[in-house]
Design a protein around this ligand. Sequence first.
Ligand SMILES: *[C@@H]1O[C@H](CO)[C@@H](O)[C@H](O)[C@H]1NC(C)=O
Ligand SMILES: *[C@@H]1O[C@H](CO)[C@@H](O)[C@H](O)[C@H]1NC(C)=O
Ligand SMILES: [Zn+2]
Length: 584
Amino acid sequence: MTYSSRYPPPFPLLCAALLILGGWIQSDMILNILKHIGQITTGVSLGTSGPDVILCPQADPIIPILHAELSKQMDLIYSSQAFKHASYKLLSGSVRIPTESYDDLLPVGQDERWNIFTTFRAYLQDSFPLVYSSLEITSVNTHGLVFHWQGSDGSLKPLLLTAHQDVIPVDWSNADQWVHPPYSGDYDGTWIWGRGSVDDKADLIARLITVDSLLKAGFQPRRTLVLAFGFDEEASGVEGAGKLAVYLEEKYGRNAFAMLLDEGEGYNENVKGGMIFALPGVSEKGYLDASIQVVTPGGHSSVPPHHTSIGILSEIIVALEATSHIPRLTRNGTAFYVAQCAVEYSPQGRLPPIMKDLARRAMNPDDEAALEKFASILFKAIPLFDVLSRTTQAVDMINGGVKSNALPERAEAIINHRVAEYSSTTDVKNHIRDLVLPLGIKHNLFVDDFGRGDSMRSDVQELGKIILSIAFGHTLEPSPVTPVTNNDMYNLLSGTIKATLQTSSRYQADGVVVMPSLGLGNTDTHFYWNLSNNIFRYSHRGDRDDIYGDIHTVNEAIRGEAFIEEIRFLTRLVLNMDEFQETE
Ligand SMILES: *[C@@H]1O[C@H](CO)[C@@H](O)[C@H](O)[C@H]1NC(C)=O
Ligand SMILES: *[C@@H]1O[C@H](CO)[C@@H](O)[C@H](O)[C@H]1NC(C)=O
Ligand SMILES: [Zn+2]
């Protein structure tokens, strides 16, 4: 998972969000939650109002029926020590190959740093001979990998499981802080250590082990299964997922896949009992780095103008920070759905009791007042919702001036934006332009509006200019939102998550709540929007007990048992999807 593909900030935003959300989920809520379990039902559609409206409706656990025997047999195999150790070994071996990706990589074929992926591919081929002899395997742009497992029923849309082969580079300056060396792949009896052990080789190897195990058990799919593995997700994704997307759309067609599952958030585990919250991602915010440059004449600073380019830039920044984007809770947005889950399942006291009634009323499209009131209380009570519901802006870089006795000819600020689901990068540009224009007029500066044509020509001669542009040449619109209500695929995913957790020997869960989440970072899926209406970002593992350190820093390690749980989950998902019959 990557948090900002080109210029990653050191601070992993998504993890921060999870911690905040985790903080909300964790507290002393278990008793309160227990009261609600009886209310969990299926198939309730939103959009009506009244006291009987169910907030955050839940799917029932889904267990394979046609494949019931096979599913039991697989669980039995997966519980054996032999299987576990063989699986750990496969993951360890993959971690030992340092498939680092760098922001400055040249295209494939022009940069020998890609060669490590040849080694990685050879490792996969050696490790999964049955997969390689049974599935159709295609290389895309040399290192992209597609595995096609033909199903017997061509009327069923295929299932697409994706992951990435690359990892972020290890920072060797603090490598001594690793308990086990970064590429050791050590298994210490509990943890499998190393860069990529979580992000994202766990997902990748678990997918292959699932297919391998099902092949060994003689499973023959009705529904075609496709795996696709990019190799530069931690950089731009352009060479890997970017090319895979084109190939997959050409070969399978637009919206050809019933479901696409990529890496993402997991669940908030509670090993000792109580409720587990699982958070499949259904959308991602957009991304835009805006550059604001103020260019003014230079000169000696003994005869300065009233405002230098630095002063004017400062004025712009102050104006920007005083006019942040307004948060908006939309009825069809992910944040509102998550809020329903918060209202229904968060501890009493955290949210005023009136919120339940307000939430139900707010679902009624005619009751704008209820929605507004609900939103305003929510944003204050749980600030994360404010962040989820708005385009955020952060002035992250500033630069200007070269000498203490020379007027600065140029001053520049970079403002990082994460664009709200309901908004667009055009909205962001307009927002900046509308703020900057009056200041341009005030200071007699021409404003270049992101190259969109002359925005301002003053009657007098301009003294300089303000150039608005996209920094680092990379923007991303907010993703489409995978529907959560009345969506068979969301229910199937939810039901599979529940069935896996409730049959796990690791947990004594009193219940599982599945709620959608909105990614603040981006994954390879932003290339895959054309492939499926049902894109989910979800890695079936606990967000704390199952991961040792943080994924992008020192001591990345995954709990061995958690890796097995992911295989159990993926196996159920494949079997459930295999016996699901779409109703056209
Ligand atoms: C939500 O509904 C509005 C219209 O009411 C529509 O413009 C928007 O695209 C919808 N957003 C999502 C995420 O479905
Ligand atoms: C998705 O489809 C649109 C419209 O056909 C096309 O312009 C775009 O390039 C496609 N996106 C990707 C990532 O292939
Ligand atoms: Zn990743």
